[in-house]
Design a protein around this ligand. Structure first.
Ligand code: UN1
Length: 504
């Protein structure tokens, strides 16, 4: 595994990753890639203290100057796109095109954040009192904690970090234990951007971009620390349930992006060719390990058989596309580990016991990668939406159901605990608009004639219900990373009270 070359290219010394309590393996073939030291309680404390000091200096740097640092970071990412993507492939098992796409998301959010650094606008509000002006000011917030998952090991951090930096915050990042090297690579590139920033006479404080390595305990310490006013956490609903109450207990804010159970409704008027292509990318891409992966297909009974026949044909031709993600012809890489494969098999067994008819889903042996867990994506025909369908299994399983009328389709669509992403395939304007309306999809993302995954960074990303309610990335998600002050200024000589109160 040629990881040393990639590490050197991003400014890291491979020799420094040879000892420590955290053993990292590549999902491609199970090779051990590194050993790293994790952070104990006192190291966590010192790291947060450093980040807090950095915040105190950084908050006073004008926002457009902060944007310049993020612009320089974006340049480092452009220059090292291939190397960083190669690390993502090695640690997360993503195919080359998707790993490059992930780094592209980082570059895009840096560009977005840089522009935003001149647009952190507050409102001017009409005061009810004469000689008074009201307005709002957005101030930097503090240390932003970021917990990220293995499946988007760099982009999700970048969505948070690029916005946090222009908003005047520092960032403490706890990456997944499965992908620490890609995190350290980002930090190293960020340091290079800081060095170039310094050449222009500006200083980025030490501690602006910190990393904590370790297990759930480290995440809990970050969640408990009152010096961290915002914790942004991406991962399973189980993780969110563990972390969010701890943050709430100290009145901190959390921004949660948890499980999804994303569906597609296919109506009688849908373009089935388009639907099949969208289903393939969103159900089997990233080996079913996106939070936005398509997991439920709700097809009208008039198109169901045709659609499923086409899909099963397409799925049956996938075998040659499953393999080592470093090879250009591969479309489906490995699952992250054996536990993930076991979970997939467990859900398929449960689906059978709940009346499902399972096609494919077995383990695939990839020559030279025998220790990796490669799986053939599964399609499961269900007669109804049973418990297993309502549960998110982070693997390539597509449950297919059918419906008779649109009310039934929308009810089935919304009858799951998660609310991340959704879509409808239709050429009927009424159906499309109804799906997007208040009585339609209850998700944070609702699309027409495109699949649920692969969102651009310009929109707010996140979802409702057990997905956690947070919004990251584009639109006005930046407001999460700042605190709002409402200001009333009296420029007159009287002291009129609001609500017409006369006092004394
Ligand atoms: C995730 O899986 O945590 O929309 C994020 C998408 C990507 C982000 C997924 N832009 O699929």
């Amino acid at each position: 595994m040629d990881i040393a070359k990639q590490l050197r290219a991003v400014g890291l010394d491979p020799a420094s990753f040879e000892r420590g309590d955290l053993l990292v393996r590549s999902p491609i073939d199970g090779t051990a890639t590194a050993r790293l030291e994790t952070h104990d309680a006192s190291a966590v404390d010192k790291t947060i203290a450093r980040a807090h000091q950095a915040f105190l200096a950084w908050r006073s740097v004008p926002a457009p100057r902060r944007g310049e640092l993020v612009r320089l970071f974006g340049e480092e990412l452009r220059a090292h796109k291939d190397q960083l993507a190669a690390l993502v492939t090695i640690e997360a098992g993503k195919i080359v095109a998707e790993a490059r796409g992930e780094v592209q998301e980082m570059i895009d959010i840096c560009d977005f954040a840089c522009g935003l650094s001149r647009q952190l606008y507050g409102l001017t509000i009409a005061s009810e009192r004469p000689g008074h002006r009201m307005g709002e000011t957005w101030h930097p917030l503090g240390v932003v904690g970021v917990i990220s998952a293995f499946n988007f090991p760099v982009a999700v951090w970048a969505w948070n970090a690029a916005l946090a930096f222009v908003c005047g915050d520092s960032v403490v990042w706890k990456p997944s234990e499965k992908t620490p090297l890609t995190a350290l690579a980002c930090q190293s590139l960020f340091r290079r951007a800081c060095a170039r920033f310094a050449e222009s006479g500006a200083a980025a404080p030490e501690g602006l971009c910190e990393i904590l390595l370790g297990d759930a305990k480290v995440g809990e310490r970050l969640a408990d620390d009152p010096r961290v006013p915002l914790l942004s956490a991406t991962g399973s609903t189980r993780m969110g349930r563990a972390v969010a109450p701890r943050v709430a207990a100290r009145f901190g804010r959390s921004l949660l992006e948890l499980g999804g159970n994303n569906a597609m409704i296919v109506t009688p008027s849908a373009d089935l060719d388009l639907a099949v292509r969208a289903i393939l990318f969103s159900a089997v891409g990233t080996a079913g390990q996106r939070c936005t992966t398509l997991r439920r297909l709700i097809a009208h009974e008039s198109v169901r058989n045709d659609l499923l026949a086409r899909l099963e044909r397409a799925y049956s031709q996938l075998s040659s596309k499953i393999g080592d993600p470093r090879q250009g012809s591969t479309l489906i890489g490995p699952l992250i580990d054996g536990a993930s494969f076991e979970a997939m098999q467990g859900s398929l067994a449960r689906a059978r016991s709940e009346g499902g008819e399972v096609a494919f889903g077995e383990r695939v042996s990839v020559s030279g990668c025998e220790e990796g867990f490669y799986a053939r994506p599964a399609i499961v025909r269900m007669t109804k939406q049973t418990d297993v369908v309502r549960h998110e299994t982070f693997a390539p399983i597509l449950y297919a159901m059918s419906y008779g009328d649109m009310n039934e389709a929308i009810a089935m669509h919304n009858d799951v605990p998660q609310g991340l992403s959704s879509c409808i395939f239709t050429n009927d304007l009424r159906e499309a608009e109804r799906f997007l309306s208040v009585e339609g999809s209850d998700c944070g993302i609702a699309n027409v004639n495109i699949g649920p995954s692969g969102a651009e960074i310009g929109g707010a990303f996140g979802g409702e219900k057990e997905t956690g309610g947070g919004r990251e990335s584009g639109s006005d998600a930046w407001r999460n990373y700042m605190r709002r002050a409402t200001n009333t200024v009296n420029y007159g000589k009287d002291l009129p009270l609001a609500q017409g109160i006369v006092f004394g």
